[in-house]
Design a protein around this ligand. Sequence first.
Ligand code: DAH
Length: 351
Amino acid sequence: MQEQLEQLAENARRELEAIDSATDMESWRVRYLGRKSDLTGILRGLAGLPMEERKAIGARANEIKSVLGEHFARKTEALKQEASRASLRVDDTLLARGDVTLPGRPVPTGRLHPLTQTLNEVCDIFVAMGFDMVEGPEAEWDYYNFEALNIPAEHPSRDDMSTFWVDSPASDRGWKPLLRTHTTSVSARIAEEMEPPIRTIQMGKVYRYEASDATHGTMFYQLDGLAVDRGITMADLKGTLYEFSRRYFGEDRRVRFRCDFFPFVEPGVEMAIECAVCHGKGCRFCRNEGWLEILGAGMTHPRVLERGSIDPDVYTSFAFGMGLERLPMLRYGIDDIRLFYNNDLRFLRQF
Ligand code: DAH
């Protein structure tokens, strides 16, 4: 009986080791641990054995039963793990082919530079009000940058405009080349080339030979506007600029006009908008002014019109000019113009 038991245990262990499927596991369990198994038979038959034998065989049979039970449980677990590893392998191949159920990976997209966005937005506003866009040269004759705009050679306002002169020959009319210091030079060309009625905006890069700091750069963007027609008045100028401010800065930003001087307009004004931070009370952002200047404007000087062969007795005109960087700076509270040109993505990604 003892031998029969050991043989049974040995067979059971060997068979269990060779099993690799769940169905084989179940038949093994029935055969070796089931109700009708030899082991159960032996345990049941114990009662008929003499006392000594009953003890020894009973103890050994119970031991074998529990060891086989443990083996069975361990093998079942091992098979289960192998099965899940196998199913993972299936997923791996799916992945390699491209698993359509996975969330998509974001494709990095570019965006427009904040100044390009401003340019587009401001253009849209003026185009919607009936202005056409006009371009002019960045390398310009001093005539269009100064003389045609009523700024003669000896005029003190030329001192303000620290100019990059271009080292190339003068024109046959004696005009000298420079990098334009403002886009008002394009307005001078328009007055010469176009016939009234005129409504144009001209924008682009301008250059000043001066040290750059938080509010100045050697290169920056400007936008000028020009309207020439019969009966144009200061009211048209103010209405146009109010409307621009309303559309760009919002309905409730107040606008202020004050007298200013520019040689190419008479009268000349500066326009300021209420500080968004303190609403006119005065704070650090507006240097306690309560207002922030955004542009210069005025009624085009008769001499500028005459130079363009437009009769100032028939036509009147308004003009305005603004620095483009100032617009997003005032809208978002950006305090350093150089941020636009440093290509720091942490700044640029915010727009
Ligand atoms: N060109 C001037 C500047 O750069 C700005 C300006 C003022 C333009 C008045 C205008 C104007 O057209 O009417 O500071």
